[in-house]
Design a protein around this ligand. Structure first.
Ligand SMILES: [Zn+2]
Length: 56
């Protein structure tokens, strides 16, 4: 599936919960785990992707 916007880009170092940038931003308390509140977060991949552009 192309154009998936809500990609899980962060992972909690404690409980292993993976979540999206949007989920984290809803917390309004910085970079923490939405599930357990742990502050050590692993970044899985860039929040943006370089898309291949089709020739017109
Ligand atoms: Zn967690």
């Amino acid at each position: 599936m192309e154009g998936e916007h809500k990609e899980k880009v962060y992972k909690c170092a404690k409980c292993g919960y993976e979540f999206t940038k949007e989920e984290m931003e809803e917390l309004e308390s910085g970079i923490i785990c939405p599930r357990c509140g742990w502050r050590i977060i692993i970044k899985l991949r860039p929040a943006y992707q370089i898309k291949s552009v089709k020739a017109l």
